[in-house]
Design a protein around this ligand. Structure first.
Ligand SMILES: N[C@@H](CCC(=O)N[C@@H](CS)C(=O)NCC(=O)O)C(=O)O
Length: 307
């Protein structure tokens, strides 16, 4: 149990250590008493406001974990819904302190845009959602298809690459707001909806008129490591000495309370718990842990050494 929490806390450390907004950013957030967290428009399991306006999901839980570490209270978060095209400028301009918008960690985003990815909270990849009645079994059968896709995404670029590489053509239907992309797809304006597989699972489980009428094709055509996004240039990369605040020093290095990991685990839970209740077997999405299992279980998730 102790080892399990240590691993989970390590992951919390990975998310926060890079996210450590020490210096003027951290001071401003602390003075404000509130974390401004950019999220998507609405994707069940990851980030969705319920009927009371309360945001829930795995991405939301990362915002909550950062809030728990900063303020000792997971609820000190203002959620700012952003489209894919808005998310980078929102963090560059300071409108939000961080973005948890299922953004893929890419080289140019991490360099030319003046942003930093702090780690990878979900290993994803792009796939295709199609109505079962089309009888399509493989992405290789999509020649000539009309495909709904959101602009300003890696999705758009991978789509063009994949069709070119397989000598196929397609007609893109490019729509910025995810709920409008889904509406277009379910109304039959496109044969195919493409985004990260996580988004397809969510769309099928939560938005399809009847989930059984849709299939996710077996091809995963890209690597989409999704991570929290912060501004570059005001980060502090701490020399963390001890975990769980037992020995003082780690919280100080991050500029937060020594009980930061305790607060995260108590109020939000460890990564396995967050995954399970939001998108895993304890949720309607039922996504397998797969690559998101801890490395000790054959997955890719592990935190940089906390020392
Ligand atoms: N991971 C890809 C695509 C991510 C993305 O933003 N996709 C949109 C279009 S489907 C989305 O999932 N939005 C979810 C939301 O707004 O709730 C990227 O970083 O470019």
């Amino acid at each position: 149990m102790h080892k399990f929490i240590a691993a989970a806390a390590g992951l919390a450390g990975l998310l926060l250590s890079g996210t450590a907004m020490a210096g003027k950013d951290l001071d401003a957030i602390k003075a404000r008493g509130m974390l401004n967290c950019g999220v998507g428009i609405g994707t069940a399991g990851f980030m969705l406001a319920d009927s009371q306006g309360k945001w829930k999901g795995l991405s939301v839980d990362v915002c909550r974990a950062v809030s728990a570490a900063l303020f000792g209270d997971a609820e000190k978060v203002r959620y700012v819904p952003l489209t894919s095209q808005q998310r980078f400028t929102a963090v560059q301009s300071g409108e939000v302190d961080m973005v948890m918008g299922n953004a893929t960690y890419t080289l140019t985003r991490d360099t030319a845009l003046g942003l930093d990815f702090t780690g990878i909270f979900y290993y994803d990849g792009q796939s295709f959602l199609v109505p079962k009645k089309l009888g399509v079994k493989s992405a290789k059968e999509l020649n000539g298809a009309t495909i709904c896709v959101a602009p300003g995404t890696t999705t758009e670029l991978n789509l063009a690459d994949y069709f070119r590489a397989n000598k196929m053509t397609f007609k893109p239907v490019v729509i910025e707001k995810v709920e409008e992309v889904r509406a277009a797809f379910f109304a039959g304006r496109c044969d195919v909806f493409t985004t990260d597989a996580s988004g397809l699972y969510s769309t099928r489980a939560a938005n399809a008129p009847n989930p059984d009428d849709y299939v996710i094709l077996p091809e995963i055509i890209s690597k989409e490591p999704l991570g929290p996004l912060v501004r570059h240039g005001d980060n502090q990369y701490p020399a963390i000495k001890r975990i769980l605040g037992v020995t003082p020093g780690m919280g100080k290095a991050l500029g937060v309370d020594e009980k930061w990991v305790y607060n995260i685990i108590k109020q939000v839970g460890n990564y396995g718990e967050m995954f399970d209740r939001n998108v895993g077997m304890g949720s309607p999405l039922k996504i397998a842990r797969g690559q998101n299992a801890l490395w000790t279980q054959g997955g890719l998730q592990y935190a940089p050494p906390i020392r």
